[in-house]
Design a protein. Structure first.
Ligand code: ATP
Length: 232
């Protein structure tokens, strides 16, 4: 049984349909990348899974239990955590305080403050600093660490690479295996196709709210991915 099962999901913003009959399954400990151009519906998919958007039709099951329409806090308690697009840190709080907030709801598990600081040692050096004084990459680390503090079984990452230099992006993606090693499944939403393909066992491509390509990353050629991405 998959950890996450999404079946025929339709999501709307008012009259505008952003997701059309989207189905996707993620196994425990798996890394799946969701790629697609601007506006393809990637963030909408993650927000639907995380309980920030209530889908109009379709079903989401987590660990075999229907969770469609549950609120975000209830989903965090069950083990679903989101690293939101643009990081959304609490600007007036320190690195430490941002991380601690992530631990306030959630579950017991391997991720403690000490373990998060071990994963991102630079955050330990800057623990007392305001989160706004950090570089973009370090802020992204705080956002990931904050999500890990709730000990998710499923970590949803929305465009980790946004606004970051390639070397910083590589550095952040290099930490993913340590997260997966704890048994956490990861869904990565990315516009950076190369990074997304390298990081995940499976790749899904969305276009205009529909799943247009899915398969094992190793088996999908870059040409096929590019064609699905641009719809050519
Ligand atoms: P991006 O890379 O720009 O984040 P995305 O693939 O994540 O793109 P979504 O943010 O999920 O795309 O948006 C999907 C569609 O829904 C787009 O057409 C977008 O304009 C629309 N949309 C997103 N958020 C809203 C909103 N709050 N109100 C109305 N329409 C929205």
């Amino acid at each position: 049984m998959a950890l996450l099962e999404i079946e025929a999901l339709d999501a709307f913003y008012g009259d505008f349909q952003a997701l059309h009959g989207l189905s996707l399954a993620v196994a425990a400990g798996e890394v799946v990348s969701v790629i697609g151009a601007n506006g393809a519906g990637k963030s909408t998919l993650l927000k639907s899974i995380a309980g920030l958007i209530r889908p109009r039709r379709g079903a989401i099951r987590f660990d075999g239990v229907p969770v469609t329409g549950l609120r975000a806090a209830a989903l965090v308690a069950r083990g679903i955590a989101l690293v939101p697009e643009g990081r959304r840190l609490f600007p007036s709080l320190s690195v430490l305080e941002n991380l601690q907030i992530g631990g306030q709801i959630g579950r017991p598990g391997p991720w403690t403050l000490a373990r998060v600081l071990e994963l991102f040692p630079v955050l330990d050096e800057r623990r007392r600093q305001a989160s706004t004084s950090l570089s973009g990459g370090q802020q992204q680390m705080v956002a990931i660490g904050r999500a890990l503090m709730s000990n998710p079984r499923l970590l949803l990452c929305d465009e980790l690479s946004l606004g970051l230099a390639p070397i910083v992006v590589r550095d952040i993606f290099a930490r993913l295996p340590s997260i997966v090693a704890e048994g956490t499944a990861v869904v990565i939403v990315e516009q950076d196709v190369v990074q997304a393909r390298a990081a995940a066992g499976r790749l899904c491509c969305l276009r205009q709210g529909r799943l247009v390509l899915a398969g094992r990353s190793a088996e999908l050629g870059l040409e096929a991915v590019r064609a699905a991405y641009f719809g050519v």
